[in-house]
Write a protein that binds this ligand. Structure first.
Ligand code: GDP
Ligand code: MG
Length: 719
């Protein structure tokens, strides 16, 4: 077989350069958080997974496929991890996946400018055995810092193939593929050949792994030597595994514990520290031999930028300024685009109106679809702009700084900031945000964070704000009011966490440890990815759940029809148009929506809501955007004069600015949507938390909105 073949020996290439059948290679990407795993994954598979410049973004195992150059790779992107000791849920996911699935090739993605921090994991991967490829990613940054790494030396020490990549640009990906294939062609390593734990400890580990081998099939789930090391490290899961699933496991455990005990007494140190010492010793030796760093001439750009952005006094005002600027930008640029779309939909409505006969079908098209779904769709530009801007802040590394700034504040009131990343994710959608809490080590922290995530204004809240703010608020105040809505949610979340942590979730707060990533210039491609993925998500939601609900709402707003109108009994002195309007009003009041709305109205009148708003609030339980859709549908049925901007005009005529603010406030706090309830149920594995959240937040919303409305009225607003 020709070894000069750049793809390596085991990939038969067909006559036309196409691949003929070959085995699928299972490859796992592992590495520290923020080392570029997902960037590599996206490069290899053409996928569009979320990449951001801070740790804790990938919290699930993501699968992808790469068919290139006659290779067929099944690739998984694992959550970031610093070791194979399962400290947090996300680390457990990575480790469990690795030991249970034993991929053909493990690729450790390393931030080459930070080699030392990655090598501890490398040591543990080497203990695991198998075939390891070390990917020195971010080699561009390493070079910039004057770091040089001896690849051949590193490979020799660790018996691994070593490659260099710049994942954000796609450099070296081809070479990585070739190398993965070459690695696959060699014999898998047994961890023992590489790692020597010294005579005493080595003997105990050796004996235990031998006993595991003798235990036969019942012990085959884990690599023996690895399990032995973990057992010696007092790993709770491996201990349970040995006792519960391995034949004669309790016996083995007893013998081994005796040996470990005697060793501990002789060494006068814990076994864990002995093992860690061996690893760190080896790590230091490897580092000394393979890495050289030229003294760097000037302080790095990141350090200089941090002097400003992380400044003790300037930091927080700058953060607020950046956020306010961001929201103003979203409005300034978004509004003309939204108006354009609004105009288009109204043209479409006029066209349908003109070309179809009056009847239920026309009403469904115009009122249900164009004013319902269309009313939601026109806010696409705002959504895209907001997430583009947040994306840029995330990718350049500023968001990680913001987490630190906020943490400083949060510490003062006894909270810790590791929850910040899930909370920021909550601005997009509560569902991934609640999943992102898996990065939190302690159950109490995790629950407290989950409970308040719905208070982060998610992207479905944005259409509500963007509809109502321009209807009631003069132009110069729109950005600040939008910021206020976001800030209200955040402030409420902080208070609520504090209350939870003092009561049902009382306990120590763990310190916040997160590495600050360096500032990085976001690539155009990544900005484009943000735009694309956000639009696709929004359009898909509009085309599925919002569409279905709009049709449902339209039906609820239209039926049952009133058989005879009261107005027809006494039409004297009224114009035809007035009679028409009165009939429409009677129809609406007679419909399911009208009845439900009027049933709810007494309870919500103290909040300033009439029956129309009540029906919109019911729809919002399914998905928050539906509030906008329902307002569009119900008002269009009520007042069919179709012209762009009419809905906002109508709202301004019907309601006071105070009511406008109250609707936004209530929509912000009350009733997490059904997807949120579902994911809460899954992540907490009980109904208790999601139901408490739903009821609790709705109650808080009611009380707060009530207070705002009543105080506002007492002050003479909104009358
Ligand atoms: P993960 O947490 O390991 O999945 O890392 P990501 O793929 O999310 O990347 C973290 C950050 O590093 C993102 O901002 C990427 O754009 C950036 N990044 C990834 N690879 C490189 C690289 O080779 N060079 C540079 N300069 N940045 C990179
Ligand atoms: Mg990732």
């Amino acid at each position: 077989m020709p070894t000069s073949d750049p793809i390596g020996p085991i990939s038969p290439i067909g006559p036309m350069g196409t691949a003929v059948d070959r085995p699928t290679l299972h490859v796992a990407l592992v590495g520290n958080p923020n080392s570029g795993k997902t960037s590599i994954f996206n490069q290899l598979t053409g996928a569009n997974q979320r990449v951001a410049n801070y740790p804790g973004v990938t919290v699930e195992v993501t699968h992808g496929r790469c068919r290139r150059n006659g290779l067929d790779l099944q690739i998984v992107d694992l959550p970031g991890t610093y070791s194979l000791t399962a400290n947090s849920p996300e680390e457990r996911i990575a480790r469990d996946w690795l030991v249970q699935n034993r991929p053909d090739v493990i690729v450790q993605v390393i931030d080459a400018s930070n080699l030392e921090r990655s090598l501890y994991l490398t040591m543990q991967l080497a203990e695991l055995g198998g075939r390891l490829v070390i990917d020195l990613n971010m080699i561009d940054e390493a070079t910039q810092k004057g770091i040089r790494i001896d690849r051949a030396g590193l490979g020799e020490h660790l018996r691994a193939e070593v490659v260099e990549t710049v994942a954000s640009r796609g450099d070296g990906i081809q070479n990585l593929l070739t190398t993965i294939n070459a690695a696959h062609a060699r014999e898998p390593l047994d961890g023992a050949t590489l790692f020597d734990f010294g005579e005493d400890l080595g003997r105990v580990i050796g004996k235990l792994s031998w006993r595991l081998r003798l235990a036969g099939d019942s012990a085959s789930a884990l690599p023996h030597r690895w399990a032995a090391i973990k057992y010696a490290e007092a790993d709770a899961e491996v201990r349970r595994w040995l006792a519960e699933t391995v034949e004669g496991g309790r016996d083995i455990a007893r013998k081994t514990d005796r040996e470990l005990d005697s060793l501990r007494r002789r060494a006068n140190a814990s076994i864990e520290s002995l093992i860690a010492n061996v690893r760190y010793g080896k790590l230091a030796a490897i580092l000394a031999e393979t890495q050289a760093q030229a003294p760097s001439p000037a302080p790095a750009l990141s350090t200089r930028l941090d002097a400003v952005f992380m400044h003790k006094w300037l930091g927080m005002p700058l953060f607020l300024l950046i956020m306010a600027g961001l929201f103003q930008f979203v409005f300034a640029l978004g509004e003309p685009l939204t108006h354009g779309l609004d105009w288009l939909f109204h043209r479409a409505a006029a066209l349908v109106q003109g070309s179809m006969a009056d009847g239920p079908l026309r009403s469904l098209m115009v009122d249900g679809l164009i004013h319902g779904v269309g009313g939601v769709l026109i806010f696409l530009p705002n959504i895209v702009l907001l997430f583009m801007a947040i994306g840029v802040l995330e990718r350049c590394g500023y968001m990680a700084r913001a987490a630190f700034l906020i943490d400083r504040l949060m510490h003062k009131i006894g909270l810790h900031g590791r929850s910040f990343i899930p909370l920021v994710t909550g601005f997009g959608c509560s569902v991934p945000a609640i999943m992102a809490t898996r990065t939190l080590e302690h159950e109490r922290d995790r629950l407290a964070t989950m409970m308040v995530i719905p208070l982060m204004s998610c992207s479905a809240r944005l259409p509500i704000y963007t509809l109502l703010i321009p209807a009631f608020i003069p132009l110069p105040w729109r950005g600040p009011v939008l910021l206020m809505m976001y800030a209200t949610g955040i402030a409420l979340a902080v208070v609520l966490v504090k209350v939870l942590r003092l009561t049902i979730l009382a306990g120590e707060a763990t310190p916040f440890v997160m590495e600050l990533p360096p500032y990085r210039m976001p690539t155009l491609r990544s900005v484009w990815q943000d735009i694309w993925s956000k639009s696709a998500l929004y359009l898909r939601k509009a085309g599925t759940i919002i569409l279905a609900l709009s049709i449902l709402l339209w039906a609820a707003n239209s039926y049952p029809k009133k058989p005879a109108y009261d107005i027809d009994l006494r039409p004297a002195g009224l114009t035809a148009a007035q009679i028409d309007a009165a009939r429409r009003g009677e129809d609406l009041a007679h419909s399911i929506s009208g009845r439900l709305g009027r049933l709810m109205e007494p309870a919500f009148a103290p909040l300033g809501f009439d029956w129309r708003i009540c029906t919109a609030l019911v729809g919002a339980v399914a998905a928050k955007e539906v509030l906008v859709a329902q307002l569009g549908i119900i008002n269009a049925m009520d007042d069919p004069s179709s012209e762009p901007g009419r809905l906002q005009q109508l709202l301004a005529e019907r309601y006071s600015p105070l009511t406008g603010v109250c609707i936004m406030l209530f929509a912000l706090i009350a009733t997490p949507c059904t997807s949120t309830v579902a994911v809460m149920r899954r992540e907490t594995n009980s109904w208790k938390w999601p139901l408490a959240q739903f009821a609790g937040l709705t109650a808080i919303a009611y009380v707060l909105t009530f207070a705002v409305y009543q105080i506002g009225r007492a002050l003479g607003m909104g009358v």
